[in-house]
Design a protein around this ligand. Structure first.
Ligand code: FAD
Length: 812
């Protein structure tokens, strides 16, 4: 079949990802869909996947997508006539430690919140289901009866056939050599035709589903797609007598999974230190290739397997398999439109779960491409979380040695990556280190998460309960509440919007009124057409034509992309100035006294009211002080030119030796007591701003803005759910994220964020409660419990913040 010269969309790559995107776009009614595969369908990573379809994931929406994939794969055979090998033989995950048991029970609670069938099972029950297993040291297990296994290549072929049946065309042996654009958006793809001449398919959209090839293809278009191939291993035994049908088995504490297939056993490895691959590029002729085996590398896993399933001592090995798969710096795949180039979409970087993920990922990407927005919050896999520096291949190569193994490591709260650290640092890094900072990483930034006492070990000791820094956090937290604390928040994303139309433009993208006098600060959200929250930020008017937008470190690329996408004809320049200014947050009832020691400027309420910003002298230099607080206390955020930051810090700490250095964990524990929302957790693009309780920051009277109609509609139709704060009644039952919430015994939601309220004296959580047709009082008039690893902990629910409900402390 000859290739067309035009298409609406060209999908690059015929692995499971590309096939699923083609299938779902066709299903969504798209015409002129063309999929190009450089060699043959499935010849990259897809053909050799183990084919495990597991629905137990770490977050609600990822569970939702995995469940969608499993349900789809069950139906696919009847729909297309291709035998997919999909078998719902269930899966068992066993825990060998108390910490792992807690983790799998927490995940099970979450799965239940999404209607995934899951049961806790005892070691004896595991033994009954899996007689070959040595359960002597098994301390807990969960069973998911509808999990299963499949033939990955046939699933991809079935998706491809389904796409074809709905009109898509698929061409094998066609390599895209370049994606073409007009500087703003995609215009086509170039490929080498059979005669060796370059040919073009003009198109409106491309989807890069190029797996481990995807990064370099994206880079040609200036698109950041940070992934790197790593070697991934399994072995398959010779037939084992009397094996019978067995569920899939995962023993994460031994980095292993087991799959019975046609009377043989497969043992797959998630070893702690993986081997990156493809540093010199992927061979041009790669097609259904495998990599050389490495027995020494695999041996420790096999050693543990022989104890776990003694049959491995005697079973002959039929195949040692080693194949490359792409891994990402945070073990999450990439979906969505690249911020650098319009209509350049991505679905790649699947971290060894591409088979179970692609069904759901294809479905949501097709929705996103059709409607212009995803069907629900996909921030954790959104391509806009990628940072430009992550294009660096040395960084990627080192990071993926760790991320492969992390998939089966304990997923403790606050767990930090260890490789390829230290890329982005504040000018105060050395100063903070000298004062005991223990750093964590977000978007490449090293941030002081907590401060160790002199002599205390400067390492995390992870646990599900209070960790080794609990008392440090408590001391920092109480200093903020009762004295004064200093945070280095230089990682804040800072965006300048300047020009003749800066005000009009920001009025259009922000819910609040930003047409204020220079020197005023406005807390606002950028909304989408559904009233969902795309960004949570403060906007400071610096002059008639200049604004500074301050956003979380993790969301800066997303926020820049959103702003640029909506700029249209407005005359304004959008610049990322993150690295130019540091931010020191001086917070607590004594903040004014301390600041007064280093500045001659007036700081009283009349001269410097809450919600204003102005330049002050600080030591021998200058700072712009913003009177605002994310911890709910009197305080200032000091924006200081990067070159003067160390000086400002020294001036402050010399003038106020009593100043307590505080870390990000304390910022979070203070903000949650005050019920301040956290973007990405409590508020996302699927959360309506009114239901999030942020109606006070939306000014419909100011004129039109994106999301205004959705706000007006919601005011008429009434809220379906509301954000509520909970105080757990067991001081040791830590809630973090995603724990199920029960109202009068019914599962009604999940925790969106949690931390410890050291002032309130217990764990604090946030979450949405359904409230259709109810007043807030009626909604709260019930018995609440939060499920922590299978134990229901009573909780007090409140609409008003439990700390300083009247908001008096910031105005002191
Ligand atoms: C040993 C092993 C076990 C695994 N087990 C599981 C499992 O049990 N469960 C699970 O869910 N996942 C598993 N995976 C992961 C899964 O196989 C992958 O995540 C998935 O196959 C990735 O699919 P993809 O479509 O993104 O990439 P690929 O399958 O690699 O497809 C990318 C395609 O793009 C083509 N391409 C690249 N560049 C171009 C170009 N310029 N023009 C045209 N075509 C191009 C390539 O030829 C290739 O066919 C496993 C992986 C490995 C290695």
């Amino acid at each position: 079949m000859s290739l067309p010269t035009h298409a609406r969309v060209v999908i690059i790559g015929g692995g499971i990802s590309g096939c699923s995107v083609a299938y779902h776009l066709a299903k969504a009614g798209w015409k002129d869909i063309v999929l190009l595969e450089r060699k043959q369908l499935t010849c990259g990573t897809t053909w050799h996947a183990a084919g495990l379809i597991g629905q137990l994931r770490n977050s609600l929406n990822m569970t939702r997508l995995a469940k969608y994939s499993a349900d789809l794969y069950v139906k696919l055979e009847a729909e297309t006539g291709i035998a997919t090998g999909m078998r719902q033989n269930g899966s068992i995950t066993v825990a060998l430690t108390a910490a792992r048991r807690e983790e799998i029970l927490r995940q099970a609670g979450l799965a239940r919140a999404f209607d995934v069938d899951v049961n806790e099972v005892s070691p004896a029950e595991v033994k009954a289901m899996y007689p070959h297993l040595n359960v002597k040291d098994v301390v807990g297990a969960v069973h998911l009866p509808l999990d299963g296994q499949c033939d990955p290549a046939n699933i991809a072929m079935a998706l491809a056939k389904g796409a074809r049946m709905m009109g898509a065309t698929i061409h094998e042996g066609v390599k895209v050599s370049r994606v073409l654009d007009d500087g703003q958006r995609v215009t086509g793809v170039e490929y080498l035709a059979g005669d060796g001449e370059a040919a073009v398919i003009a198109c409106e959209h491309v989807v890069n589903c190029g797996g481990m090839w995807g990064r370099d293809l994206a880079a040609q278009s200036g698109v950041t797609l940070p992934l790197h191939a790593a070697e991934h291993f399994y072995l398959v035994t010779e037939p084992v007598q009397g094996l019978g049908r067995l569920p899939v088995l995962r023993v994460p504490d031994e980095c292993a999974y087991y799959k019975e297939d046609a009377g043989k056993m497969m043992l797959g490895a998630f070893e702690p230190k993986a081997k990156p691959w493809g540093m010199a590029g992927i061979p041009e002729d790669f097609c259904f290739d495998s990599l050389p085996e490495d027995f020494e590398h695999f041996e420790p896993i096999l050693g543990m397997a022989m104890n776990r399933l003694p049959m491995f001592e005697t079973a002959g090995i039929h195949t040692f398999f080693n194949g490359p798969e792409s891994f990402t710096p945070d073990d999450r795949y990439y979906l969505g439109e690249a911020p650098e180039l319009g209509n350049y979409w991505v679905a790649a970087g699947y971290n060894s779960i591409g088979i179970v993920s692609s069904g759901g990922a294809g479905m949501v990407l097709a929705h996103w491409m059709t409607e212009g927005e995803p069907p629900f919050d996909l921030w954790e896999v959104d391509i806009r979380r990628a940072q430009p520096f992550q294009r660096n291949r040395k960084y990627l190569q080192e990071r993926v040695t760790e991320t492969l193994g992390l998939l089966y490591a304990d997923h403790y709260p606050y767990r930090q990556v260890e490789t390829a650290r230290g890329v982005r640092r504040s000018p105060l890094h050395g100063h903070l280190k000298d004062r005991g900072a223990v750093f964590g990483e977000v978007a490449g930034w090293e941030r002081a998460n907590w401060f160790a006492r002199p002599g205390q070990e400067r390492e995390y000791r992870y646990a599900w309960g209070p960790q080794n820094w609990f008392d440090n956090q408590k001391a920092e937290h109480m200093a903020v509440r009762q004295g004064v604390g200093l945070f280095d928040m230089s990682s804040f994303g800072k965006i300048r919007v300047e020009g003749r139309d800066a005000c009009a433009f920001l009025q259009r993208v922000c819910g609040n009124n930003v047409d204020v006098e220079a020197g005023r600060l406005v807390y606002t959200q950028m909304l989408n057409g559904r009233g969902g929250i795309e960004s949570d930020l403060t906007v400071t008017r610096l002059s008639e034509t200049a604004y500074l937008l301050v956003v979380p470190a993790a969301t800066i690329q997303r926020d820049l992309a959103w702003l640029r996408r909506h700029l249209s004809e407005d005359f304004a320049v959008i610049t990322d100035v993150t690295a130019g200014e540091s931010v020191l947050c001086l917070m607590g009832p004594q903040a004014r006294d301390v600041l007064a020691r280093v500045t001659p400027d007036a700081l009283d309420n009349a001269a410097f009211p809450f919600g204003t910003a102005r330049e002050i002298e600080l030591g021998y230099g200058l700072a712009r002080a913003h009177r605002v607080s994310y911890v709910g206390e009197l305080g200032w955020e000091l924006y200081i030119s990067a070159d003067q930051t160390a000086h400002a810090f020294e001036a402050l700490t010399e003038a106020a030796p009593e100043l307590t250095m505080c870390g990000l964990h304390t910022l979070d524990s203070c903000r949650i007591e005050k019920a301040f929302r956290h973007f990405g957790h409590d508020i996302t693009d699927e959360d309506h701003v009114l239901e999030a309780g942020l109606g006070f920051a939306v000014k419909t009277a100011k004129g039109d803005f994106i999301g205004r109609d959705a706000v007006l509609r919601k005011r008429e139709t009434g809220l379906q759910r509301r954000m509520v704060q909970f105080l757990l009644q067991d001081p040791l039952a830590m809630a973090y994220h995603n724990e199920p919430i029960y109202r009068n015994g019914d599962l009604v939601g999940t925790v969106t964020s949690g931390n410890y309220g050291h002032f309130l004296g217990g764990p604090v959580a946030m979450g949405y409660l359904p409230c259709a047709g109810q007043t807030a009082a009626e909604m709260l008039d019930a018995r609440f419990e939060i499920d922590i690893a299978g134990v229901r902990i009573p909780a007090k629910a409140s609409m008003a913040p439990l700390y300083d409900p009247k908001g008096e402390r910031t105005k002191m």
